[in-house]
Design a protein around this ligand. Structure first.
Ligand SMILES: [Zn+2]
Length: 103
């Protein structure tokens, strides 16, 4: 190694961010490490709690839309069979009866 200008961290020999610490020339990182060892425990960051979405109604916007469509169909075709609503709305039988409960 050639002659440095003499300034490098005593611990890791880096020449960046040098500071005198307790009369030794150290880089910032090593000083932080040293200070960390002296007992300043890092404060644990409280985990951000995500709000839990609980929908009591259980009606998602899409369901709401389907209900609207079904209601409209039932108004326009009051005598149609459930199978026809199924066809028109393009959903399953079970879905239709589910939607009917929401009407
Ligand atoms: Zn260092």
């Amino acid at each position: 190694m050639g002659k440095y200008s003499g300034v490098s961290c005593k611990l890791c020999n880096l020449a960046d961010n040098l500071t005198y610490f307790k009369s030794s020339l150290l880089c910032k990182q090593c000083i932080l490490d040293l200070k960390g060892n002296v007992g300043v425990s890092p404060v644990p960051v409280p985990a951000a709690k995500e709000p839990t979405h609980k929908e009591n109604k259980g009606i998602r916007p899409s369901s709401q839309q389907m209900v609207e469509s079904l209601r409209k169909l039932m108004r326009e075709h009051p005598k149609a069979k459930q199978g026809e609503y199924v066809k028109w709305l393009g959903v399953s039988q079970g879905r239709i009866s589910q939607l009917k409960k929401l009407l």
